[in-house]
Design a protein around this ligand. Structure first.
Ligand code: AHG
Length: 340
């Protein structure tokens, strides 16, 4: 079969009435920016952008060319900001790396969309050459708002028009949804374009694999202790079968495994992070991933409620995250609801 490029796919989605021209062009700009981030991450130490190269304390470190070096997460943030400000499809954007939304400079045309992104998720993994990624979410700018503020971004996940992530691993892969299925594109490095590699991805409803940071076990709430305890008991326990465990500590990589072969991912509430509400950010991580996973037939909850139904109260709000194969997300969520 003839390969379908991301651009062709976006044209098909426009013809199907799933997206308008502006959203299609916006996704092209995001994809182009992610290709640049992919190049930067692939250079590794040779790019002089690894964490160890960045300045300690006040002094920025200087590379052999005498230039100030920046960490890859800062560079990724700048790449996405610049590309999208210039693109002309946005009313404003917000980044996990910045306290407040970024307005579009007056010199550029403005559009009707709001873009949120985590420019380099799992960035603590970059120095050890483990997959990292970019996560993004697109919302509509409320009618009549010309200078969007944080409050205009505070829309429930159900309002997302698009969500995606790009994982910079052995291959660079983008996973995208517009609410009509979840699709995967692989970057053809020789041609320089994303090519459709899986259409309408389905996450199996049942799984024997879970992902969680077990070092937090003693801090979890009782229902989480119960749920994971049953998985660990294996075939001699109440579940009557063995479960396998994986934890990359890069959400994009852990979610991509689930999108590919099923599984379930948890970042539950624990005593250490309770005051913050969770570890992962609702607007930059939980909502886009929940949209992608639901569109692939999986489920996503906070352990108590559907993530996409949460009404946000802050741009950097954190929530517990349970997502992946439906049966396990529902069981773990049921244990929490039962205990409340
Ligand atoms: P960061 O971008 O600060 O490295 O955080 C990564 C996130 C997410 O990608 C991952 O699933 C989780 O934090 C890992 O948390 P732990 O280090 O607590 O395991």
């Amino acid at each position: 079969m003839k390969p379908v490029s991301l651009i062709q796919f976006l044209i098909e989605e426009r013809r199907a009435g799933h997206i308008n021209a502006e959203l299609s062009l916006l996704i092209e700009v995001v994809a182009r920016a992610c290709k640049r981030i992919s190049v930067a991450t692939n250079k590794g130490a040779l790019g002089g952008v690894l964490g160890m190269a960045a300045g300690e304390g006040d002094a920025a470190s200087i590379n052999v060319q005498g230039e100030a070096q920046k960490k890859l997460d800062v560079i990724s943030n700048e790449i996405l900001l610049e590309a999208n400000a210039w693109g002309g499809h946005l009313a404003a954007c917000a980044s996990e790396e910045m306290e407040d939304p970024q307005p579009i400079p007056d010199m550029y045309p403005k559009g009707n969309h709001l873009l949120l992104f985590d420019p380099l998720d799992g960035s603590s993994n970059i120095d050890v050459n483990i997959s990292v990624g970019t996560i993004f979410s697109v919302l509509r700018c409320p009618d009549g708002v010309t200078e969007p503020k944080a409050e205009h971004f505070l829309q429930a996940g159900t309002e997302q028009l698009a969500a995606g992530y790009v994982v910079y691993g052995p291959a660079t892969v983008m996973v995208l949804t517009f609410g009509h299925g979840t699709h995967e594109f692989t970057l053809d490095r020789e041609v320089g374009s994303f090519v459709l590699s899986r259409r309408d991805i389905r996450i199996p409803e049942a799984t024997g694999e879970f992902a969680i940071n077990m070092s937090n076990q003693r801090h979890w709430e009782a229902p989480m202790q119960r749920y994971v305890g049953e998985l660990l008991a294996g075939k001699d326990g109440p579940r009557g079968r063995d479960f396998n465990m994986r934890w990359v500590a890069s959400m994009v990589a852990d979610v991509h495994r689930i999108i590919t072969r099923g599984g379930v991912f948890f970042y539950p509430l624990d005593a250490k992070i309770k005051a913050k509400g969770g570890k992962l950010r609702l607007m930059y991580e939980a909502n886009p991933m929940a949209f992608i996973v639901e569109q692939a037939g999986g489920a996503a909850t906070t352990g108590r409620e559907r993530i996409l139904g949460v009404q946000p109260n802050g741009l950097h709000q954190r929530v517990p995250v349970f997502l992946g194969s439906r049966e396990e997300v529902e069981r773990a969520t049921h244990y929490h609801r039962e205990a409340d």
